[in-house]
Design a protein around this ligand. Structure first.
Ligand code: C2O
Ligand code: CU
Length: 691
């Protein structure tokens, strides 16, 4: 409903503009109509336009109503900023223009005299229509470019200013025209619009607009060097103000994992160029860890001290490793320009951390990730329980990815873009570890949809946290947020089971009993799996009713504007793109609530580093069932999520959209703990491009 309202509202802004533009032109020319007939006709046409405008306005109110019906916050900016600026000039039209216009429309055939002409050229009669046309231009700007956020005072000023200015200018201009109309020699004054003058005027307008656009594009370029927190847009979430550094400050470099002790598991990952061959034979010029993509599966046990040494042998690309979903100490988080310098060609970096969470995670570079993850710098990270996996369990790691070749997008599981078969004996406990390693959710306003056919399944874990009391699901559709993971379990039945990514129906994974060559049919009309009410039991350390030390609101909008020199549909958080997005400031041990409101046209899989957050509610409906802990949460247009987390992992943490196109266009913010600073910089002039 939000999307319908939002889309309609945008289109109607354009329609209103066209109607009022025509009305303004008609009104401006009315006094120049030569014959009584022409004057009457124009007046009537103008009246009809005004009626049409009224109808469109009513439809617009309905569209806004649709958004308000979801929640006040989806259209409060229209009610507060936009509508008054549209309604006031329209009211002036009703009061000052319409009565005179009706008189003109019903005029008899008497010749058009000075009196009539001066009535039709009177500023009080014409200017309201012209100003309303200006207001609709501001309305179009509102709908596509400016996305006002609270407190709205600035926004009211910036939107009202051009309208007020236009009143002055048009009143003055129309006053001059009035004198022309009433001059005694009016009949002899023809239109002296010379073609040359018109061309010159047009050229000046084009030049000014072009210069303006160039200036805006240039000034949107990001600085060559900046730090994650080099702006002063900070948000304390209603809690006490706190600072980044200062006395007693601590650097992210001091927040490393255990530096001593013999690791239980040590891995070496060497980033290098390699050609990866998919099961269909397609070849990908990939960026890899150890020459393979997905990179080597890192499988460790709960409590292990893990050491990973990264070497970079890619000649023209810096790399890092970020442990997506594993809440490691901040200095091990692998974010170029925040927690380390990206590893340059020939360089190395060693990560050390304790594997304290059990479940399915993944790792990927956090340097130029849009390109580099897509091209292969990622792999699975599995933490098994301390006492080992359930006896007899077979687990299959499935990395849903989309490879790009010069002429194709290839949807696959790891390197399998064709149907794969595995033998599994009936009665075997099976765990499918589904990981969405792709940049982008699927297109149907849902994240990537995977389905399992052939047997009912349970979702045993989400984002590396076990689900309590999972119930069986038949032919479910799993919308997996970008970066998100579901562990799906079942006991192998007597027949085959099929896992499919609905974006590639010729691919997938079939698990079948020995000597069974059959393949289950894809059933794609199952219910979307919804974790909000799934499972039962388990305890919540806090919920929607708890009292929070800090409460933040993230308003996700998008607007047509320049970012870093290019024109994009730029996703914004609270009216800003990185680096101007507000930093969420917290103190150790704060209980924090974040309300995420998606007012944009696209899904935003939001990912907070270093923490797992508990989903409290969605669109006002409290989460029930098993506690739903997330590190990656897909928020679709029109949704409001409330999540809560305990600030228990000090550092400077990224909080960004994992649709990496969006992140690259500035949909990035940070969670900063009091007193934590980073010595690292990012930007063109540094080795670090974390997005
Ligand atoms: Cu999967 Cu900021 O990352
Ligand atoms: Cu996004």
């Amino acid at each position: 409903m939000f999307e319908v309202g939002e889309n309609a509202d945008g289109i109607l802004a354009g329609v209103l503009f066209l109607i009022w533009l025509s009305a303004a032109i008609l009104a401006t020319r009315l006094a120049w109509r030569p014959t009584p007939e022409a004057l009457r006709k124009s007046a009537r046409r103008l009246l009809r336009l005004l009626v049409a405008a009224l109808v469109v306005l009513v439809v617009k109110c309905v569209a806004i109503g649709l958004m308000l019906a979801v929640d006040w916050i989806f259209a409060d900016n229209r009610v507060i900023v936009q509508m008054p600026l549209l309604l006031l000039p329209m009211l002036a039209v009703a009061v000052w223009t319409v009565p005179g216009l009706r008189a003109l429309a019903n005029r008899d055939d008497a010749p058009v005299d000075v009196e009539t002409r001066s009535a039709a050229a009177n500023p009080r009669f014409v200017v309201p229509v012209q100003v309303t046309a200006v207001a609709t231009v501001v309305g179009v700007y509102f709908a596509y470019v400016s996305r006002p956020v609270p407190s709205y005072l600035d926004d009211i000023a910036t939107h009202a200013a051009p309208i007020l200015l236009s009143v002055l200018v048009l009143w003055f201009w129309q006053g001059r025209r009035l004198r022309v109309v009433t001059a005694t020699d009016f009949a002899r004054r023809g239109r002296r619009a010379s073609a040359l003058r018109a061309t010159a005027q047009a050229a000046v307008v084009v030049l000014v607009v072009a210069a303006g656009i160039t200036y805006v594009a240039q000034s949107s370029r990001l600085p060559d060097r900046m730090t994650m927190t080099s702006h002063d847009n900070v948000d304390y979430g209603g809690g006490p103000s706190i600072g980044h550094g200062g006395h007693g400050g601590i650097s992210v470099d001091d927040l490393r994992g255990p530096q001593t002790g013999k690791p239980n598991k040590a891995f070496t990952l060497t980033a290098k160029n390699a050609t990866v061959r998919l099961s269909s034979g397609a070849e990908i010029k990939a960026l890899t860890y150890n020459g393979q993509s997905p990179g080597p599966e890192l499988r460790v046990r709960e409590g292990d001290l893990v050491e990973v040494t990264l070497h970079n042998e890619i000649p023209d690309e810096n790399v890092t490793i970020h442990w997506h979903g594993l809440d490691v100490p901040n200095g091990e988080d692998g974010v170029a320009g925040a927690t380390q310098n990206a590893v340059e060609p020939g360089g190395s970096f060693t990560y050390r951390f304790l594997a304290e969470q059990v479940g399915t995670f993944w790792y990927h570079t956090h340097q130029n990730p849009l390109e580099a993850i897509r091209r292969g710098l990622f792999g699975a990270l599995i933490v098994e329980p301390r006492d080992g996996p359930p006896p007899g369990e077979r687990d299959f790691v499935v990395q849903a990815h989309e490879w790009r070749t010069p002429d194709d997008n290839i949807v696959s599981f790891g390197t399998s873009d064709t149907l794969q078969r595995q033998e599994v004996a009936p009665g075997t406990p099976v765990r499918l570890r589904l990981i969405n390693t792709d940049n982008n959710p699927s297109t149907d306003s849902r994240p990537r949809a995977l389905t399992v056919n052939g047997t009912p399944v349970r979702v045993a874990a989400i984002d590396g946290v076990d689900v309590n009391g999972p119930t069986p699901l038949t032919n479910p559709r799993f919308g997996l947020a970008t970066g998100g993971r579901y562990d799906v379990t079942f006991t192998m039945p007597a027949g085959p089971v099929r896992l499919t990514d609905l974006a590639n129906r010729d691919g997938g994974l079939v698990l079948a009993p020995p000597a069974d060559a059959s393949t289950p049919k894809i059933v794609d009309d199952g219910d979307h799996f919804d974790p909000l009410s799934y499972g039962s039991g388990g305890s919540r350390p806090f919920d929607a009713g708890s009292s929070y030390d800090r409460s933040f609101t993230q308003l996700l909008d998008d607007r047509l504007s320049f970012y870093n020199g290019g024109l994009h549909l730029v996703p914004i958080i609270n009216g800003h793109s990185f680096p101007d997005t507000p930093t969420l400031m917290v103190r150790m041990d704060d209980l924090v609530k974040v309300r995420i409101v998606n007012r944009s046209h696209q899904n935003h899989p939001m990912h907070l580093h270093g923490h797992h957050a508990l989903v409290l509610s969605r669109n006002g409906v409290r989460a029930t069932g098993s506690p739903w802990w997330i590190d990656s949460l897909d928020v679709i247009p029109g949704e409001i999520y409330e999540i809560g987390f305990k600030a228990d992992n000090p550092g400077l943490w990224m909080d960004h959209c994992h649709n990496l196109d969006h992140a690259a266009n500035g949909m990035v913010m940070h969670l900063a703990y009091e007193g934590v600073t980073s010595p690292y910089e990012l930007g063109r002039g540094t080795p670090n491009q974390p997005e």
